[in-house]
Design a protein around this ligand. Structure first.
Ligand SMILES: Nc1ncnc2c1ncn2[C@@H]1O[C@H](COP(=O)(O)OP(=O)(O)OP(=O)(O)O)[C@@H](O)[C@H]1O
Ligand SMILES: [Mg+2]
Length: 368
């Protein structure tokens, strides 16, 4: 245990030293709360002795009396940075859109990629799971192979398949192996870091379908094809995305053994409405900023309303904004077509009630 001292400075604060080095200032507020101010973003742990925890606990710091250290700020984020220009994350290619207001989530995914950790990302529809991987792989110049699971998907459709062919020389009937996305991704990972994105993984119906992927994620790190050929894994990270099971029709629980092999689980939720309004403006620049804010507020209220369960993602917001700026629809017409129509019959009136909470003219601008 390091030697720790707490020296009052006479002005309501105390200097915390560890082995003679000052590591933090401890302040005791008028309400008895104790704040620990760490001097540098590199400092993550501040050690406290039993005596100190006793006195801090007595002063209402919320520190557990048995604690031997308290954790300070997050470690410095040295070499995983999100490039920003004009306040908006950089778009590395025309098809790769940055996510706005999701910095912590993006940082977590970048960490997973840097550490080559297979990941499972759960999140509601349209919150940016797929777009984030498209953007990050474009930014870092990695290969990206996307496999979208549909109810009919099976090994043949996503790993590879044997098709009837004619022998090159004799013309006799034979079979020929054809790589599908997963086999291609594993081969590509020998040339460049590669993300194999299995989108909507929990739409796989048969748990046996996971079995062929397991060795790729284990120490064996190879894919065995139906022909018996094996392809060793190169520099490959598997990212699986899924909508939360139970809440979405057609989704299933992930096979626990498979989920276990995806150790890093960045979590993503819809951004705060102010960020979503900014995101909307970045995609539809001709939209009036106050209209963008109102749209994002409406959608945020819908997501919080207890009687509305149908999810509403960014795509809906985007469609609504595009309908508005087209000049073809008024505020209420575009809302009815792009937003209300997305909900099941019994949830449409509650959505209209939320829309009616704002007094706006048909251009979506506030009525004085
Ligand atoms: N925070 C955001 N900032 C900017 N654009 C966003 C944001 N969130 C989502 N989008 C955009 O919304 C669209 C839908 O995102 P995406 O397809 O990644 O959603 P998803 O989470 O994969 O949804 P699903 O579960 O339905 O597959 C994309 O065009 C994406 O760029
Ligand atoms: Mg997706």
């Amino acid at each position: 245990m390091p030697s720790v001292t707490l020296t009052p400075d006479g002005a309501g604060n105390a200097c915390l030293t560890v082995d003679g080095t000052s590591v933090a200032t401890v302040s005791i507020g008028a309400n008895g709360n104790v704040g620990v101010m760490l001097p540098s973003p590199d400092t993550t742990d501040v050690y406290v002795t039993r005596d100190m925890t006793d006195s801090l606990t007595n002063k209402g710091s919320g520190i557990d009396a048995s604690a031997t250290h308290i954790t300070g700020r997050k470690a410095k984020r040295p070499d995983i940075a999100i490039p920003i220009e004009d306040g908006i994350p950089v778009s590395p290619s025309p098809g790769a859109f940055p996510l706005i207001g999701q910095d912590d989530y993006l940082y977590d995914v970048m960490f997973g990629m840097r550490e080559r950790k297979h990941m499972a990302i759960f999140g509601d529809t349209g919150c940016g799971k797929t777009a984030s991987i498209e953007w990050l792989t474009a930014l870092l110049n990695w290969n990206l192979v996307i496999v979208s699971i549909t109810p009919g998907s099976n090994e043949d459709s996503f790993i590879g398949t044997q098709l009837p062919a004619a022998h090159e020389v004799t013309g006799a009937p034979t079979v020929e192996w054809v790589d599908r996305m997963i086999a291609s991704a594993v081969r590509m990972s020998h040339d460049r870091p590669t993300v194999l994105l299995i989108d909507e993984i929990n739409r796989i119906r048969d748990v046996n379908e996971y079995a062929s992927l397991m060795p790729l994620l284990d120490g064996t790190a190879r894919l065995t094809l139906a022909t018996g050929e094996t392809i060793d894994k190169g520099d490959l990270v598997l990212v699986a995305t899924a909508n939360p099971p139970q809440e979405y029709v057609g989704t299933n629980e992930l096979d626990p053994a498979f989920e276990n092999r995806l150790p890093w689980t960045p979590s993503i939720t819809y951004p705060a409405f102010a960020d979503e309004a900014l995101a909307l403006l970045s995609r539809v620049p001709s939209l009036d900023a106050s209209v963008a804010k109102r749209m994002a507020e409406v959608v945020s209220k819908i997501r919080k309303a207890g009687e509305i369960t149908h999810p509403v993602g960014f795509r809906t917001l985007l469609m609504w904004a595009e309908a508005m700026v087209s000049g073809c629809y008024t505020w209420s017409e575009s809302a009815e077509r792009a937003l209300v129509a997305k909900f099941p019959d019994d949830e449409r009136q509650p959505v209209r009630n939320i829309l009616a909470m704002w007094n706006v003219d048909e251009a979506g601008l506030p009525v004085a």
